[in-house]
Ligand binder design. Structure first.
Ligand SMILES: NC(=O)c1ccc[n+]([C@@H]2O[C@H](COP(=O)([O-])OP(=O)(O)OC[C@H]3O[C@@H](n4cnc5c(N)ncnc54)[C@H](O)[C@@H]3O)[C@@H](O)[C@H]2O)c1
Length: 339
């Protein structure tokens, strides 16, 4: 493909996150063009297509096969990801797939096999790696600024409870929510070899009745023997709380919360700041855009995927180990090649 020709992207699934991705690609990604969308709910696809001036496809197969589509964005419900990866692999088309690749490790393994045997370009949608602040923490380790990493701390707390219907099919806090944090831990401190997790129901007993937890702490030991502590809550009453800190032999790097704006008001009673940004679409807006920039550069320029299919697999393995650890009340070992 000539570097002057835009990468034509077709998007499957235009729900909450897919609509946002569609807007970003259509309006904000140099070198990319949104050409087609599909959703199993046709009205949704037609709405988005009309607003953005693109075509609506009648099925994932039609979208993947279209001559006007070079690459596929998979933003549909998690349980549909692997079947769409299979279509893309058969057509030899590049894929950017939302996390998690699947809730089932067997299905994730099928995705790995499909991607690696077909050789398609593939990127897993762990958007937080593209947040400039979190990326700077990662870079401070990679470029030696803070020496060897010893400790990583990640706080990740959502501002609102998901519906019980969502929770029942979500796969649970570890695979649905903490999956981002397991990826962040690997991004900063490398492969994981042990997982020790504790979880509780402190917010709403209905979450426990649905078989899930709402509060968790996970301790990860990495292959380099550094340790990450992750705390998760499904309900932070003050907004979307997202903090990452790495402590190393020569310093410390941290990426703090983002607020609505930076102003502070000080009077005799103290200093007030703006509330935290509300949720992921606002907080990570820049990261989602940079994720697409990285995808387009990768598909056009070649080289290693910014977030490989195996990077998509490892957090699912870690999530499974976290659930097992919580059940057993003991640490669970993870094969270094998989974690
Ligand atoms: N990276 C992130 O920050 C982030 C945030 C939210 C959701 N996600 C992930 O994105 C995916 C979608 O989540 P969401 O919150 O947008 O959910 P959603 O339910 O709002 O949207 C999913 C959409 O997929 C459509 N769909 C379902 N099956 C389909 C099929 N076979 N073909 C085409 N469309 C189909 C649904 O009709 C719906 O419009 C999930 O995998 C989720 O884990 C990622």
């Amino acid at each position: 493909m000539s570097t002057n020709t835009p990468l034509r992207i077709g998007l499957v699934g235009v729900g909450r996150i897919g609509r946002m991705h569609a807007e970003i690609i259509a309006r904000d990604v140099p070198g990319a063009e949104l050409t087609m969308v599909h959703d199993v709910v046709p009205e949704l696809a037609h709405q988005v297509a009309a607003r953005l001036g693109v075509e609506a496809a009648g099925s994932p197969a039609e979208l993947v096969a279209s001559e006007r589509v070079d690459a596929i964005g998979i933003c549909s419900s998690t349980d549909t990801h692997v079947e769409i990866i299979e279509l893309a692999a058969a057509a030899g088309k590049a894929v950017m797939c939302e996390k998690p690749l699947s809730r089932s490790l067997a299905e994730v393994d099928r995705a790995v096999e499909l991607v690696e045997s077909s050789g398609i370009a593939f990127m897993t949608g762990f958007n937080r790696r593209f947040d400039p602040g979190h990326q700077a923490v990662h870079d401070a380790i990679r470029d030696g600024s803070i020496g060897a990493v010893h400790l990583t701390r990640i706080s990740s707390r959502d501002p609102e409870l998901p519906s019980l219907d969502y929770l029942r099919v979500s796969g649970g806090l570890f695979v649905d929510m903490a999956i981002h944090d397991f990826d962040m831990a690997r991004y900063i401190a490398g492969p994981v070899v042990q997982v020790y997790a504790q979880g509780e129901v402190l917010i709403d007993s209905a979450i426990g009745d649905a078989g899930d937890i709402d509060t968790a702490v996970t301790v990860l030991t990495h292959a380099n023997r550094s340790v990450t502590v992750i705390d998760n809550s499904r309900l932070a009453t003050y907004g979307y709380d997202q903090r990452v800190e790495a402590f190393g032999s020569r310093g410390m790097a941290s990426s703090d919360n983002r607020r609505l704006h930076n102003a502070e008001v000080t009077d005799a009673s103290g200093t007030r700041q703006q509330p935290l940004m509300r949720f992921f679409i606002d907080r990570y807006a820049e990261a989602y855009r940079r994720e697409w920039f990285a995808f387009v550069d990768y598909v056009r320029g070649g080289g290693p995927s910014p977030v490989t299919v195996r990077d998509g697999r490892a957090p699912v393995v870690i999530a499974g180990a976290a659930s097992e650890s919580m059940r057993r009340g003991a640490p669970v070992e993870v094969d270094v090649a998989l974690g």
